[in-house]
Design a binder for this molecule. Sequence first.
Ligand SMILES: [Zn+2]
Ligand SMILES: [Zn+2]
Length: 194
Amino acid sequence: MKGKAGAPDPSLYLWWIGAEATPDGLLESVRGHMDRVFGMTTRVWHGRERPPHAFDPKRNQHSSTRILEWLLHAGPGAPHRVLAVTDMDLFIPVLTFVFGEAQLGGRAAVVSTARLEPAPTPALRGGRLLASRLAKEAVHELGHAFGLVHCDRVRCVMSRSSSLIEIDAKGGGFCDDCWTRYLDLREHPGSSHD
Ligand SMILES: [Zn+2]
Ligand SMILES: [Zn+2]
């Protein structure tokens, strides 16, 4: 498909911005899941830059909001959407931590692996449980970036999850209502209401 007036079609990008090397196979597994759920090709962005002002020494955590601001100019640029994945612990001021954050109806989202493995052991690091949790959080935050809001259905990937139990209880994809809304938002960005 060709974009209008020479503008490229919006794509999805996945960008590892962690301190450690990417856990083996993790991004590829998340990328494959995103392709299936969003019905779009997800590309990997290989930028070596890291968000310079996101660390808060008082909290010993990284500000997800500052990472989102940075992503808008450091990443692939408009009209593309970018999901950053980090191993740093993320926060927003009113919460102890967040699994991730996104700009509602915007272009940037970030998720962290830091709280997805409460007691990482060498044998479990980068394992299937982490991949599954990360894939759900990736879709959830990008869903917000497309303009989707939280869903009441506990099995839907857009249901609110503030604990690992809630993440593990939900599926990796949209319910029928969220899927319909997603298709509408993808075709008509900015039409979100509720
Ligand atoms: Zn959410
Ligand atoms: Zn839903």
